[in-house]
Design a protein around this ligand. Structure first.
Ligand SMILES: C[S@@+](CC[C@H](N)C(=O)[O-])C[C@H]1O[C@@H](n2cnc3c(N)ncnc32)[C@H](O)[C@@H]1O
Length: 233
């Protein structure tokens, strides 16, 4: 069971108690910081991929894993009807405090309404957790799509993280898919229960979409092995 350390950090920032950032690490990488202000970014500070995703939004929108609600807020200001969901209590509370009108504490698999656009951003495939779960999540997302609806999702091909000095890759062929990471997070000395976080390269996402009857196209590449994809019926 999550301690919702992510949500606590967002609440601290929202309440003016910003003193330190979230510390992250994975089974294949050292400690890094996740700056709290980044989660409160406005449009100008968003990566190009996210700006593009927002520009492609249409109709009734679901923001999955809304975090501090930054994407939902921008869309709401543009006049869109948005529903923001997150499985983190603190995140939903912060989203509401910031002005997201329709924010609910709910995990993706519990959602049942249907939408024209479903946004899953900031390594959106992360919430699938592991490769074997991708069909289940995609099938559920498919059930939430209107006939002409679209899912806008971003991720990265993290093969580069396994690159060794001679230009080759240090990949264990007996291991699981290389984008499956164990993700560790801590904040103010408190450690979160480790989670699984999935990075999917575009071709693997596309193949998985095909197996559940979804069409997947790449909209654009980001600057660093990342991409934005549009998935539809
Ligand atoms: C990397 S953060 C991204 C937050 C926000 N989308 C952004 O771009 O700033 C991922 C978010 O997804 C939420 N999350 C993870 N798994 C989820 C699930 N199954 N259903 C709903 N939210 C989930 C986490 O609580 C977290 O707030």
């Amino acid at each position: 069971m999550s301690k919702d350390i992510f949500g606590k950090a967002l609440l601290d920032y929202q309440n003016g108690n910003y003193t330190e950032d979230i510390i992250t690490s994975t089974n294949i990488s050292d400690e890094d910081t996740l700056p709290l202000p980044y989660l409160f970014r406005d449009y100008a500070k968003m990566p190009k991929l996210e700006q593009k995703a927002l520009q492609l939004c249409k109709g009734k929108i679901l923001d999955v894993g809304c975090g501090a609600g930054s994407h939902s807020l921008w869309l709401q200001e543009k006049g869109f009807q948005v529903k923001a969901i997150d499985s983190s209590k603190g995140s939903v509370s912060v989203s509401k405090k910031r002005g997201v009108i329709n924010a609910e504490l709910k995990s993706l698999l519990e959602e049942t309404e249907i939408f024209d656009t479903i946004l899953v951003l900031m390594n959106g495939t992360g919430i699938f957790q592991e490769l074997t779960q991708v069909p289940k999540y995609l099938t559920h997302l498919k059930s939430l799509l209107k006939l002409n609806g679209q899912i806008l999702i971003d991720s990265s091909d993290i093969k580069y993280m396994y690159e060794v000095e001679d230009g080759g890759y240090w990949l264990d062929i007996n291991a699981n898919y290389y984008g499956e990471l164990d993700y560790y997070l801590s904040y103010k000395g408190e450690e979160e229960v480790p989670i699984k976080w999935l990075y999917l390269d575009f071709e693997t996402l596309k193949t998985a979409c095909q197996t559940v009857g979804l069409h997947c196209e790449k909209i654009t590449d980001g600057g660093h092995f990342d991409y934005l994809a549009r998935v539809n019926l």
